[in-house]
Write a protein that binds this ligand. Structure first.
Ligand code: 13P
Length: 266
């Protein structure tokens, strides 16, 4: 039996390719203020690399953690433009998104590369947010579960016993982001997402029961204040990974308030 543990909800923003020094300052200061009293939920923002320093300056000491949206599969060397996990960690990052579909598309990130990135993140003490999700085509072909299983097994197979222990102590996060729901305004139904989250938890349990209990599985894909209550009420949806709704202080705050109220049983 999996899924009976109470997990603290986690709301993460993924800014993608958005931001400016002046705009970020406003957004981060506003969020810092808006979220400071919300005590029952964890928050994080995944920023473009170039703004990690600014994020660290403006978020340190708040209840909002920060992270990057990607990491190199290399440690160091002649790899022009790459950013290593150790570099990211130097900016006080807690999280790194690994395997987002916008990186998987066009095979920029293959299964092997994603597995290596996962291990690099863990080795540097960063908590990976490991993304999985099927395309519309795969769903239409009745292959959604199979695709999620493959992507999840890629994660689990990459973890040797040491890495598994690290994944547990860093409290690795999984994000279910159906590709068809990302940026489309068409979110998965709460039931659709719940089913997938249960599948993900069950797959993790085949490897490690304790990890399956503790892992937070976020939903991502057109998650907004309008659907957050229904989505976050589902038993196995432990939070959200927000794209568009993380770029606006009001929109993110509304989702944060909903999550916090749910956590308080309201
Ligand atoms: P949207 O919230 O804009 O659909 O993006 C979701 C996403 O990809 C977060 O990583």
């Amino acid at each position: 039996m999996v899924g009976m543990t109470k997990r603290r909800k986690l709301i993460v923003g993924n800014w993608k390719l958005h931001g400016s020094i002046a705009g970020n300052q406003q957004l981060l200061q506003q969020l810092r203020l808006n979220l400071q009293a919300l005590d029952a939920v964890d928050f994080a923002l995944c920023l473009p690399y170039v703004y990690l320093f600014q994020g660290q300056q403006l978020l340190a000491g708040s209840n909002i953690l920060w992270g990057s949206q990607n990491v190199s599969q290399y440690d160091e060397g002649a790899y022009t433009s790459c950013i290593s996990a150790a570099m990211i960690a130097e900016f006080g990052c807690s999280y790194v998104i690994v395997g987002h579909s916008e990186r998987r598309l066009l095979r920029l990130d293959s299964y092997d590369i994603i597995a290596t990135k996962l291990l690099r993140a863990l080795a540097s003490g960063l908590t990976p947010i490991y993304c999985v999700g099927e395309t519309q085509q795969e769903r239409d072909a009745g292959m959604a579960e199979e695709v999620i299983q493959q992507q999840l097994l890629n994660m689990l197979n990459a973890l040797d016993d040491d890495a598994l222990e690290r994944a547990k102590s860093l409290n690795i996060v999984v994000a279910y982001e159906p590709v068809w729901a990302i940026g489309s305004g068409q979110h998965a139904s709460p039931q659709q997402a719940q089913l997938m989250h249960v599948l993900i938890r069950q797959l993790i349990a085949t490897r490690d029961h304790a990890l399956a209990q503790q892992v937070r599985i976020l939903y991502g894909g057109s998650l907004t204040a309008d659907n957050a209550h229904d989505m976050l009420s589902m038993h196995d949806i432990d939070g959200g990974l927000l794209g568009r709704s993380s770029l606006d202080a009001q929109a993110f705050t509304k989702v944060a308030l909903i999550a916090n109220a749910l956590a308080h049983g309201e």
